[in-house]
Design a protein around this ligand. Sequence first.
Ligand SMILES: [Zn+2]
Length: 585
Amino acid sequence: MPLSEEFLDKLKDANEISSVMSTYVSLKRAGRDNVCLCPFHSEKTASCHVYSDTQSFYCFGCGAGGDVINFIRLIEHLDYLESVKFLAQRAGIPMPDDSYDRSGEVKQRLLEINREAARFYRDILLSGAGREGRDYLRNRGLTENTIRKYGLGYAPDDWGKLKAHLLSKGFREQELVDAALLVRSQKGNTYDKFRHRVMFPIIDRRGNIIAFGGRTLEPDAPAKYLNSDETAVFHKRSSLFSLNFAKNTKEKFLILCEGYMDVISLNQAGFDNAVATLGTAITPEQARLMRQYCEEVVISYDSDGAGQKATMKAINLLSEAGIEAKVLQMTGAKDPDEYIQKYGADGFRMLLQQSGGAISFELKKFTAGLDMETPEGRASYLKKAVALLAEVDNRIDRMVYISDTARICSMTPGEIEKAVEERRRYKSYSMKQQERRELINPVRKRSGGENLGRSPEDKAQRGIIAFLFHSPDMLKKIEERLTDEDFPDENYRNMYNAVAARIKNGISLDISSIGDEFSAEQVGRIMGIISEHNLLPYQKERLNEYITVLEKRRDKYGGKKPEEMSESDLLERMEKLRREKSGRK
Ligand SMILES: [Zn+2]
């Protein structure tokens, strides 16, 4: 049952797009509209536009776009109906009764299961049966308060205690498998996934328990940590541990750690801005998530080789997401948890203050494997260093790093500066060349490559769809000359048919109402078409041109699609083409 137009209008009136978006991104005024760094792809300059008059957004970089409902769909990983519900809840509007939604209910149910499981684990931890877990946490220096704050728990050394408990609460066995709390064996039996472990609930930024991490208490287990598998409510790539606390920090930066215990012990020491990835290396999604809350991240990974390698990867991903990455250089401890135990909160605070920028870190890394005592070693170091330093735009920063480099390879700063400036001049020359190319082909730049290499037929199909959105009354004029069969591309044909059917049935062509018919990506593509055409005037002549292109194409095939033509038609057609071709020469 589709939602009524009145309801959707009311919903959108109550959820002004820029106010909804501003809880996820920081909007900057640009004329009548707003722009922001796109939360759906990594970028350093804002190319996501928010239009207040049409209550829509569009990213010229990646093509994400739509209205407020589509924004929620993309950013919260919800489906269409869940997004509508989400916004209704936000604005305190009741949902119409007939919009029964199964997938939303399934997710709701999974969250309830997780909540009940967390309660179960916590109660055991605090009971006599949880002594082993409590001892472990106490040995790691956690206070009663911290244990409660993080809702930590204990999974007993038993194959079915959690299962029995949750079944007694009325949950079904299959639901518990779907929640990744039970594992199904090959024989079909189910048993508790987490056993003999200290349990860390993973909580999203809205306060839902979406998954668990478990630290084993078996002395010789091959892997210490086990995490929930992905479920309908848990997407590892786009979740961060402790972001529910860190998002409210007064600090201007986040601290990125490797493990749950690092984050918790930092938190206990007063650093509420620490987060961790969930047993994997950082992903672009997580970097963008952090970008929504801060402009600077201090990477605080383990000081071992693996940690340092992960640091390099994190620097790159963070800087791609527009975040300034700094690196904490720890000596005398293997991770932040151990450092705080040894040197206390003040010691760690000093480390934070000394944490160098990504550039210093990389400059030091470049020496790895080189013998800096030899001229060859120094030369190959210098080559890498100069290339990196030329990328630093701020002159003062550049000078600081140049003097670092000079020290590392025993040269004078002046010599290195000369090499760096030469490199920058070359760089700016090639950038100017690039700008010139983009000026010659401006559409390409505006739409972030969307229009790159589009054929006239492609442009015509897109143009006609844009016109229908802008002036639905033009449908008649289009239908006088074209049928849907004249759209060679199936995607555009489907869009055209869907839009035309709506116009004929008098249904609104609002982006939000087409959301139930199209996927979030398709809505984005339609928004792209509309945004790209909003830059041009909607003149009848332009529509005329588009129609003519498709007419010509049809006539080329004698009113038939190539697959419908008989063999003699085809031969004749090929002959004609050959003549045309040789005539042109
Ligand atoms: Zn984008």
